[in-house]
Structures are given as C-alpha cells and as structure tokens.
Write a protein that binds this ligand. Structure first.
Ligand code: UDP
Length: 523
C-alpha cells in the first residue's frame, strides 16, 4: 500500500514548500454544517492523533471563518445523515512553522473525497446514505472524476459490499485504518470533505419517528441514471424477455415460512415464471441482472429491497410486513418506488393473523429478543397488536416484531395485489415527460364599457416561448380575475389564448388579472 503514492508522481520538494508557504486553504459551500461541503488545498491528517490538521500561514484561507462557532456543533456532517453527532467533521489548527518539527508529510496526489459511510453492513444504508450521495457529490465537482480517491473515515472495515464502493472510481478507496500505513502525517493535495444530501429521501428516526424526508429533492430520473451507471460498471445489461416475478428472500431471519406456496400462488395468479433470489445464494451482479428484467419484486421488508431501484419502469414492488408492524410507518422503499418518475407500482401487505407469526423472544436484543426485559414489559409487548411510533434504533418492541418469521396468508395477499395492481402488462408503464412550460408572454387586457351596468374585459396572451418546441397534446391556461381590494378571485380554465369576460364584470372597476399555463399533458 505505501508504494501507492510513490512520491515520484509529484514534486515532493515543491509540495512541501507549497504547504509551508501557503498553508492550508479551505473554501466551502453551505450556510450550515448540515449543508456544507468544503474544498481544501493541503488538508493534512495526523494518523497518530486521528485528527485532521489545518496549517496556518500568511496565505491560508478558511471560508467560512466561523471562529469558535466551528464547534457549534461542527464544521460539517461527514456522512449524508443529517446532523448526526457521531458524524461530525472538524480539524485542529497549527502554524505552518510547526511543520519543521513534525514528521515528514506523505502527500496524496489524487483529488480526494473524504467522507463517512453511515452503515456499510446494510444494503439500504450503502445505497441511500453512501453510494448515491458519493456519486452525485462527484457529479457536482468536476475534478472528482474517475481518477478520484475516496477516503472513508467512519472507521469501519470494508464491510459486506465493498465492491460496490470500488465501482465509483478507478482508484481503490481507502479506509481510516489504512491511513496509518502511509505515515504519521498525510497531506491531501486537493480534497473535498463532506457529502451532498440532495439525493436522500428518508430519515431514520433519530429525532422524530422515521419517515420520508420533509423536502425530497431527487426524482426517479436521478435514481435511474445512477442505477444505469452501476449496471454499466457491473457489466449487467437489462434483458427484455418474458415477464417474470422475483421473490427476494432472506435466509437468516424475517423469513417467509411458506415460500413455496407463495411462489406457486404468484405464478398461478399472474401466469408468470417466478424465481427467488437471496444475498446469500447469488452474487450481487446476478441479482441485479435478474431484478432489472423483472415485472414484480416481492420481498419481506428489509434492506435487500433497495434493489427495487433496478426494476424496469412499470414494475411492481410488493413489500411484506410481519405481524404488528404498520407499513405506513416504515416507508423507505415505498418512498423510493413513489418518487416522481420512478414509475413503479407499490403495494404493502401486512400479516394481521397472530397465529401466522413466529416470534423469537430468546434471541439477543439486537435480533429482537426480549427476555432481558422486565417481565411486565415482556407481557405488554406480547399483548400489543401494533408497535407504537418510536425513535431509532433500539426500541425492543420494534426489533421483536420486525424480526418475526411469517406464514403469508395467500388469500389476503392476493386480495391486496388484485386491489392495487394495475394489470394488464405491468412492465409497460407510460413514460410521462416532465417539462414545464415557461411564462405566457405579452399578456394584455382591454376593457370596454357597454352600459352603466355592463362591461367587458378581454384578456389575451402569447404562448410560452418553449411551447412551440414541445410536443403537447393539449394546452390549457388558467386565468384569475380579482376585483381590486377583494381577497377572493375567480379562476377560469381556458383552452385558447384569448377570452372576453362579460359576466361579473362591472364598469369603472379595477381588476387584477393573472394568467399562466397549466402543466401540460405531454404527448
Ligand atoms: N440480510 C440478508 N439476509 C438475511 C438477513 C439480512 O441478506 O436473512 C441482509 C440485509 O439485506 C441487510 C443486512 O443483511 O443488507 C442487515 O440486515 P438487517 O436485518 O440488520 O437490516 P434490515 O434488512 O432490517 O435493514
């Protein structure tokens, strides 16, 4: 490893001089620590102290220069999870003159993106918190290209799906632990610190019960672009063959106990081939290959369902929930499937029959065991028919219920599918375009008085500039007419570019008129 940044690739002496003379420079975006990403020249890291170091010289820049507010609570979030107090980034400061007394720095010549992965053992977290944010942070800064170096500072080992992180750049990502092998002081020639949160759609319930983020900024288009990028890197091509259903099963916990029966029922109901996949039995790329051509994905709630982003448009996502779990309260996959432009159909089924659930009170607490709890609390949990709303992450009732195994009641399962799914041909959903018309141009009003109690108001306008380039089926305009001083208005929906109003128009009165185009139905 330590050969990797062989210092011949950069002019070592020149780099050292630049660091001594110019010190560290930092320029950031973002008003708050939660939306900040910083770019550094010569940010250093002391591997013994496990601290980043900012070297001050006459030429250093630190923008924003927050003074002590840099610690209230942090300069920025190092992971994409908002304001999590284990994910804060800051640095220590030293005068550049101190370099004379410090170990010789090792320079990292690559443009580097420094971040924390949030939970690299869980596939949902890997995609939602890490891969998508990293991918789109890299898109935001053009020098974070395929040659960029990723540095993961959360301190975990590689984790079960490290290969996925390797796809994001041609250089091997570095873990915090590995930095030690390069020397005592590392200096990143050019680096970005922090991740864009623009792509995340879900909050995990640290301050309020989990749910979709309040202001979702990503659409299905960006998810699908990212999914295509990964598929390309994995050498997976979508197969456009026959229709089939995929049941994504878990093999160690949260099991479907009557899998064979479920498969048979699905095959009969939809007259389709039905296959199963699991993370334990298939390689990740072969799973993506299978899912990318599927008409329907059926799975117990769980991280493996993040792979629904690889489904073709129009496909259905069917999420199963164990007994006493309310599907409305755990919606990372529903939110994903429902993003505008994702074009997936989503259905949730929950087990309402207690006799069809298998509980595991004796397991360790983190797999849902409850025997460590007070007897009374155990009894309360066992009697409860629904897990009440709760915060992340150690609610024993939630863990107890979510790790149950389930015998899926086929009749009620097929019922919700029949109710909710649009047949025929699930896969071929219409791709709706989402181009917005501009403003209407040259709006004009003309008035004429017919009699003391009769007047006309003619309104006309030109079409929005971009409309003539759009293939639109139907255009409608909305006109609002408000008598000055009144706080209500009359809305009209009009198919043409001009209209003369005579009803409700009084002479010698001032009217305020608004006109805009309604969103189009694109051809
Ligand atoms: N997992 C799996 N099979 C299992 C149980 C778990 O593949 O039988 C995977 C799961 O998809 C996730 C990771 O192991 O990536 C952690 O699972 P956990 O139950 O902790 O998280 P959840 O799926 O509830 O998010």
């Amino acid at each position: 490893q330590s050969q990797e940044f062989s210092q011949v690739r950069i002019d070592y002496h020149g780099a050292l001089l630049a660091l001594q003379e110019h010190g560290t420079r930092m320029v950031c975006t973002g008003k708050m620590h939660t939306d900040r990403i910083c770019r550094f020249d010569y940010l250093c890291y002391c591997t013994e102290a496990e601290e980043f170091v900012f070297f001050h010289s006459n030429a250093s820049v630190m923008l924003p220069n927050l003074g002590p507010r840099r610690f209230q609570p942090a300069l920025l979030d190092l992971s994409s999870v908002e304001d999590h107090n284990t994910q804060y980034f800051n640095f220590l400061e030293l005068p550049a003159a101190a370099l004379k007394f410090m170990p010789k720095p090792v320079f990292v010549p690559d443009v580097t993106l420094i971040l924390n992965r949030f939970n690299p053992d869980n596939l949902m977290h890997i995609f939602h918190d890490d891969l998508l944010p990293i991918y789109y942070t890299m898109q935001q800064y053009s020098d974070l290209d395929d040659e960029a170096r990723l540095v993961f500072m959360e301190g975990w080992s590689e984790g079960a799906h490290f290969d996925l992180y390797r796809l994001l750049s041609s250089k091997q990502p570095l873990l915090k632990e590995q930095l030690k092998t390069f020397g005592k002081l590392m200096c990143f020639t050019k680096s970005y610190v922090g991740l864009s949160k623009m792509t995340t759609w879900y909050q995990y319930g640290f301050v309020q019960p989990q749910g979709p983020k309040a202001n979702i900024l990503i659409s299905g288009n960006e998810i699908r672009q990212f999914a295509s990028f990964l598929m390309e890197r994995l050498n997976v091509t979508r197969e456009e063959g026959d229709d089939y259903i995929v049941v994504f099963k878990r093999t160690t916990n949260r099991l479907i106990l009557n899998e064979a029966e479920l498969l048979l029922a699905l095959a009969q109901e939809f007259q389709m081939r039905t296959v199963t996949v699991s993370l334990e039995e298939q390689s990740f790329d072969s799973i993506i290959q299978i899912i990318s051509g599927a008409t329907m994905l059926v799975s117990m709630h769980g991280a493996q369902m993040i792979t629904s982003m690889f489904l073709p448009r129009g496909a259905a996502v069917v999420e199963l929930f164990p007994y006493a779990i309310n599907p409305e309260q755990y919606t990372p996959y529903k939110t994903l499937a429902s993003l505008p432009g994702m074009d997936l159909q989503y259905v949730a089924w929950r087990n309402t029959m207690e006799e069809n659930t298998v509980t595991y009170p004796d397991r360790p607490w983190d797999q849902g065991g409850i025997v460590h709890l007070e007897k009374e609390e155990q009894e309360r949990i066992l009697a409860s028919k629904e897990v009440p709303r709760h915060l992340c992450c150690r609610n024993p009732e939630w863990l107890f219920r979510i790790y149950q195994d389930t015998t899926v009641d086929i009749a009620s399962f097929l019922d919700v599918l029949r109710e909710t799914l649009k047949k025929p041909n699930l896969k071929k959903a219409k791709v709706a375009s989402t181009v917005h018309p501009g403003r209407v141009r040259e709006p004009k009003c003309q008035t004429s008085v017919q009699a003391t109690n009769e007047a006309k108001l003619s309104v006309s306008w030109q079409i929005p500039w971009n409309l003539k380039y759009l293939k639109v089926k139907e255009v409608k305009y909305e006109v609002w007419i408000q008598e000055q001083g009144e706080n209500t208005y009359m809305p009209y929906i009009l198919p043409h570019q001009n209209y003369t109003f005579s009803e409700n128009i009084k002479p010698f009165t001032t009217y305020l008129v608004w006109c805009h185009e309604l969103r189009e139905q694109m051809a």
